[in-house]
Structures are given as structure tokens and as C-alpha cells.
Write a protein of this length. Structure first.
Length: 169
């Protein structure tokens, strides 16, 4: 976990605001007892996490693909080859959605903008990358790294409800 208290506070506000704007249908599935707090969400996410990313072609056709997602400072980060269709599409049309759904009954979903990383933000990701992969980002060749600036993000775990129900017995 690389989040500061400020990162966690910001993430919790985003989660709370997202649920406040969520559809009735989503709220009927992600009931309050199933919702992950910022702290729980961060603790539950592995590094890397197989993250599904959505992009849009120049003709408006949707595309999804998987990346190694890394949740750092309250936001998803990922890299891809600079010449890949995903990188080209996200640089031209940064609106994106992402989902981490490793198993039934658990998920993290977000909508926002994929922003290319530069400077200190890229250096921070490179430090993390080296801890995880034991190799610098530069070893991958020409890659573009992105951070998703989410304007909507929620997480849930059904097992939370089951644990609460067992505890009430």
C-alpha cells in the first residue's frame, strides 16, 4: 500500500460521491454492507492486477484489452507499447473505463481519463515497477505509461455480507 492519508481521504470521497450518483440497479447489487472503503479497496488490490481497459477507435468502435494494472496513490496506473492501438487511442481520446474483476462477487470499476505520465509521476511508477518486476520501465522499450484520473470509482465484495451474516449468528 503506497497511499498517504490524504490519498485515502481523496479516494474515500471519490467512492462516496460515486455511490451517491450510482444507479438504483447498481446500488441494489452493491449494497452498503458490500461496498469497499478506500482502505479496504487498497488493501485488497494486488500488484499487478489484471485490469481491463476500454478505449475507442477513431471510428467510435469500443475496444477492451487487459494490462498489468497498479493501484498507486489512489489511482490505477498501467503501461503499454507506445505504438499499440490502445496507447494511440487513449492519447487521442483519453476517456476510459476500467474494471478489475478477479472472481465472482468482487470488483472495482472506474470511469475517467487516461493521462500519460511524465516527470516525477513517471519516476514514481518506475520505482514501483522495479520493486515488482526487478527491472526498470526502460527495459520494456518504447512504452507509454498512464494514470486513470477517475471521476467515478466503486468497489464491492459479496464476502463482506457473508462474513457479517455469519457474525450475527
Amino acid at each position: 500500500m503506497y497511499e498517504t492519508d490524504e490519498d485515502l481521504d481523496d479516494l474515500q470521497r471519490l467512492i462516496d460521491d460515486s455511490f451517491a450518483r450510482a444507479s438504483e440497479h447498481l446500488c441494489s447489487i452493491m449494497t452498503p454492507q458490500r461496498r469497499l472503503s478506500a482502505r479496504e479497496l487498497v488493501a485488497a488490490l494486488p500488484a499487478p492486477a489484471v485490469l481491463t481497459i476500454a478505449s475507442v477507435t477513431a471510428h467510435g468502435d469500443p475496444r477492451i484489452s487487459a494490462v498489468d494494472g497498479h493501484f498507486l496513490s489512489g489511482a490505477w496506473h498501467f503501461g503499454t507499447a507506445s505504438a499499440s492501438p490502445k496507447a494511440v487511442q487513449l492519447r487521442a481520446r483519453p476517456a476510459t473505463s476500467a474494471a478489475y474483476t478477479p472472481r465472482d462477487g468482487f470488483g472495482v470499476f472506474c470511469h475517467g481519463r487516461a493521462l500519460p505520465l511524465t516527470g516525477a509521476a513517471l519516476d514514481r511508477l518506475d520505482d514501483h515497477w522495479q520493486r515488482i518486476y526487478r527491472s526498470p520501465l526502460a527495459a520494456l522499450g518504447d512504452v507509454t505509461c498512464f494514470r486513470i484520473q477517475a471521476h467515478w470509482l466503486v468497489g464491492f465484495e459479496f464476502a463482506r455480507t457473508e462474513k457479517a451474516d455469519r457474525g450475527a449468528e
